[in-house]
Design a protein around this ligand. Sequence first.
Ligand code: CP
Length: 354
Amino acid sequence: MRSLIDILDLSVEELDDLLKTANDIIDNPQKYSKSCEGKKIATLFFEPSTRTRMSFEAAMYELGGNVISMTGGATSSAAKGESVADTIKVVSNYVDIIAMRHFIEGAALVASENGDVPIINAGDGGHCHPTQTLADLLTIYREKGHLDNLTIGLCGDLKYGRTVHSLINAMSRYEGVKFVLISPKELMCPDYVLEDKDQDSFTVTTSLEEAMPSLDILYMTRIQKERFDSEEEYLRLKDSYILNPEKLLTAKSDMKILHPLPRVNEISVAVDDDPRAVYFKQTLYGKYMRMALILKLLNEAEDKNKVSLMPSDALSDEYKCTNPKCISQCEQELKHKSVIRNNKRRCVYCEHDI
Ligand code: CP
């Protein structure tokens, strides 16, 4: 039995298999309509969502399975102080698989250590969002025909943008992929995402206009109000990038514009009619990739032996994570754990430097 917490939990071969299954589901939906008969998914969402939760639920229904759902921590016993670990131990008794979103970084890893069923990380704070990346990969594959040899511009909030972190981790494993990181200085991509990658494949800029002509993919992101500690800082940065038809005049004619959504104002509505805009298609592709993922994880769950995603070299020691948004700061009696990566000590849950 296996969970999906980080996109790096899946090998490139497994990503390619998921893409193949999703494409087959698109071509032959009837073939899969009873694949999950008798199975249930729980969607546990402690943070708002439209696409991720609803596409998981639609995915399970289209596979012939059933869904139970919890939306917003306020309606669950988390509001009474129940831990993530206890919640997962309980919900594991009711379902065959759980998709969980939490506002705390590392919550999904704790869930996977405590569940008796596969856990899918549907977003853990500003850390990662692997199933959005699955949606992004299928979108890029279907719109461009390949995943290698592409120049990808990532624009907006690259610091707290969990979809960006997961997409870099996935795409940097494909041959010839280059990234242009476009953000204000205050919202640059964290070191822990970039430091084990080929540094020559990254260009950093604050200018979307400068980057535009070189891009095969433009991945826009929202400046996320909910991740800022200071409203003043959010207000100062929120309109850093607004994509409009004029800015697209220098873009390649076959560039594709992606966005994990929701958007606020970073893409003008006038762009929606541009044939290069594929962000609404991307939400549909997300459903097919989540169908493929549910099938894979339920199939692997036939083997009850749990594959732990806790790094084998993780140490419980006196080093404490100081990230206030880390699960190790919030979950009662959870031991702080760290690993050494690139000569730095890292929290295993949120990957911040200790
Ligand atoms: N892209 C994404 O995660 O959207 P939701 O927050 O609506 O699920």
